[in-house]
Design a protein around this ligand. Structure first.
Ligand SMILES: [Zn+2]
Length: 381
């Protein structure tokens, strides 16, 4: 078979070379269009049908490449964006794939542009002409910020694969469930005045104290009420992340801000959390109208769990010799699972993701290619 696309390493290099940073900071946020175009060219060379979609009102794009017809099949998915990097901490060029000590360094080497190099390499070495069910490859945008790529894709597609595998760096462990994430900011606006006359002001720290007391009650309630035996931390967690307020010792504190997050286990929905938070704080809200402002920070991600009744997981466990586990980080799985049962399985360790000198350990190369081949064999033939 004549290879139509560059070698594994050359593809890897070409993907790392294109900056695709996603950031809440508009100055740092970049379009992923050049990378999407490059991936489209590679998949077109392999005779895939390629569709590119623009996420409305953004400079971001998704790509869906398809090969074969019919129902079911396999969808391999990855995100095209990376987080920002700290140039002072990196000892290597983040945009140049550097091979050293049996490691491949570069921004996105494990999280997770490299996954596309694996898929492309397998597809270029394996003849897939005779597949009976389609192979899809999805490349999403904005996973590192609001997951708008995956959110938009599920609304706009009608494909129904039998299984989706997201190639996030799980050290080639099969992740079948993860926690969600929801974060809040609360502002308490009191009334300032001289500390010697407390009745002239409203101290926002005192109100925040009452709020924290209620939230701590909720924290205990969540821990007692919800349990998932397969998670190392088997209950929903709550963390107070920061508190700020006050400026002078002799002034009544007018403004106090608290930020906190909750990580729900599967079985506790984001809506339930929203209701619980409102419920515990309701009395304080009523007592202090227009003085307490609660809002969501960032974008929430629901918890996710592979459907217990599905037989697909056994199929992957047996054919790839893997044992399913749970994870504490978030992925696009809770969105993609809306169209098909979704698992997370990919090369490299999450320990290296979002870190300076991010790298893929080369020991993952061979087993990853084998797993991708096996998945195609099991789901498309
Ligand atoms: Zn990732």
């Amino acid at each position: 078979m004549i290879r139509k696309i560059p070698s594994f390493i050359k593809i890897y290099e070409s993907l790392i070379k294109i900056p695709t940073i996603s950031s809440q900071d508009k100055k740092l946020d970049q379009s992923n269009k050049i990378l999407i175009d490059l991936l489209s060219n590679y998949f077109s060379e392999l005779k895939f049908t390629v569709k590119i979609q623009n996420i409305p009102n953004t400079k971001k794009f998704n790509m869906l490449a398809s090969f074969g017809n019919g129902k079911g099949g396999l969808l391999l998915s990855g995100h095209t964006d990376t987080v920002d990097f700290d140039a002072n901490l990196w000892t290597k060029d983040p945009f140049k794939l550097t091979e050293k000590n049996n490691k491949l360094y570069g921004l996105g080497a494990v999280d997770m542009k490299g996954f596309f190099a694996f898929i492309l390499d397998v597809l270029s070495t394996k003849s897939i002409k005779k597949i009976k069910k389609p192979i899809y490859v999805l490349a999403t945008a904005n996973e590192e910020t609001d997951m708008s790529g995956a959110r938009y894709f599920i609304k706009s597609t009608n494909i129904k694969p039998d299984c989706i595998v997201i190639g996030e760096p799980t050290s080639l462990q099969l992740v079948k469930a993860h926690k969600g994430h929801i974060s809040y900011s609360i502002d308490v606006i009191g009334k300032t005045g001289h500390s010697s006359s407390p009745s002239n002001g409203i101290n926002s720290i005192e109100i925040m104290y009452l709020i924290i007391k209620k939230l701590l009650k909720l924290k205990v309630y969540l821990r007692k009420k919800y349990f998932h035996k397969e998670f190392s931390i088997s209950y929903p967690t709550m963390n107070f992340s920061s508190i700020n307020g006050g400026n002078a010792i002799n002034r009544i504190c007018a403004l106090c801000n608290l930020k906190f997050e909750i990580r729900p286990i599967p079985g506790l929905t984001l809506t339930q959390i929203e209701i619980l938070v409102q419920e515990v704080l309701q009395k304080i809200f009523k007592k202090w109208p227009n003085r307490i402002f609660l809002k969501n920070l960032f974008f929430s991600v629901p918890p996710y769990e592979f459907p217990k009744e599905s037989k697909i997981i056994k199929k992957i466990e047996n054919s790839c010799q893997l044992t399913p586990i749970t994870a504490n980080y978030c992925t696009e799985a809770p969105f993609l699972e809306k169209i098909a049962p979704t698992l997370i399985l990919g090369p490299g360790s999450i320990e290296q993701a979002h870190h300076a000198d991010e790298y893929l350990d080369c020991s993952f190369i061979k087993p990853t290619k084998n797993i991708i081949k096996t998945l195609i064999k099991k789901f498309c033939y």
